[in-house]
Every structure is written in C-alpha cells, then in structure tokens.
Write a protein that binds this ligand. Structure first.
Ligand code: IMP
Length: 195
C-alpha cells in the first residue's frame, strides 16, 4: 500500500520509515509532483496537521498523512507550541529557536516541557487523527548533534541525555511523533485488512 507522507523534512521521513514494515511504501511529496509549500494557517497542532493532509489528498488524490508537532513549555504557558518552528522569527532557524527558548527560561526553576505530535491520515473514506506526547524537561544548555529542532535541549523523562545525544532508535523509543505514529501504524494494519 502506497501512502504519501506530506513533509519536506528528511529527518521526519527517516524517522518514520525506520518504524514501518515493508507492507507499506511511504512516498514523499516530490514523487507525487507536489513541490509547492503547504501552508499551516491554524492556531492548533491538530488543525494544521489536518490542513496539510487535506491539501495533498484534495490536490493529488493519494492516501496521505501529515504531522504537526510543537514543544509546550510549562513555565511559558505552553509556548512555543504551535509556533515552535518560527519561535525566533520567520527564518525558521533551529539554532535561533533554541537560543530564544533558553533565554526565555533563564532563571526559571520549572523547566518541564512536552512535545506533542498529531498525525492525520486521510483517504477516500475520511480522516483519522493520532496523538503522541513525550514529557521531559529543557536542559540548561544545548548538548548533542543528532536529531533536529529542539532536540539538543530536550531531555525526555527518565533520561539524563538530550534527544540529540541519542541515536535514532533511542529517540524513536520515546518521541512524541513515534508514539503518534505507532498508533497510526496499528490502525493501518487493521484498516488495510478490511479494505
Ligand atoms: P513541525 O511543524 O511538525 O515541523 O514542528 C514544528 C517545530 O517543532 C519544528 O520546526 C521543530 O523546531 C520542532 N520539532 C518538531 N519535531 C521535533 C523533534 O522531533 N525534535 C525536536 N524538535 C522538533
């Protein structure tokens, strides 16, 4: 079964392919001819995830899923949340975002945070959403060179290392996207049997 993953992020594609059995072939946006930027215009992670999946399904008519994620920091009332990608400005720089977050948290004792990911799958029968949460805390300074985004400053619960100090398999073990994706995969395995 061929499914398009509506992302241009090679890190996410790699993460997700590593979790999937060969029964499903994940194709990217380029291979269906979608090269335009897909907008995220909403104020929630759930709505943005649906918006991206719907855009691809309506315009390219392939079963498709999209994800949207954000980092919610307790001491910042849930910020940067849905605005995680552009927290430090439209340049979407991971380093600038990390620097801004560390600045905002300077002197704050509560460093609790969570990643939230929502994956929305859509095909001719409708759409389904799957949520994954990974709780943890924000480190005092960046560490590690793996992953992307806020990985160098996110320490998942029960760990002493940041996500960026782990290999892909270790990160996948507890990442919010992997958790959402595992729910999606178990849905798909039953769903494809009934198709
Ligand atoms: P997106 O909209 O799902 O791409 O996520 C928005 C932003 O959240 C990204 O630009 C990253 O800064 C951050 N983010 C999403 N997933 C991860 C992750 O697995 N690790 C670290 N940061 C992430």
């Amino acid at each position: 079964m061929k499914i398009c993953f509506a992302t241009n992020n090679p890190n996410k594609l790699k993460e997700i392919k590593s979790l999937l059995s060969s029964e499903f072939e994940i194709i990217d946006l380029k291979s269906i001819g979608c090269t335009e930027e897909i907008l995220e215009t909403h104020e929630t992670i759930e709505e943005n995830s649906l918006e991206k999946a719907e855009y691809v399904f309506k315009n390219y008519n392939v079963p498709c899923f999209a994800d949207d994620s954000g980092l919610e920091v307790e001491a910042l009332d849930g910020a940067p949340g849905v605005y995680s990608a552009m927290y430090a400005g439209p340049q979407r720089s991971h380093k600038d975002n990390v620097d801004r977050l560390l600045k905002e948290l300077k002197g704050k004792e509560n460093r609790s945070a969570r990643f939230k990911s929502v994956i929305t799958y859509i095909d001719k029968n409708g759409h389904h959403a799957f949520e994954g949460i990974s709780t943890g805390k924000i480190a005092e300074e960046p560490n590690g060179s793996g992953g992307f985004g806020y990985d160098p400053i996110f320490i998942p619960e029960g760990e002493t290392r940041t996500n960026a100090e782990m290999n892909l398999e270790e990160k996948n073990h507890m990442s919010s996207r992997a958790r959402a994706f595992k729910k999606f995969v178990s849905f798909l395995s039953e769903y494809s049997l009934n198709e």
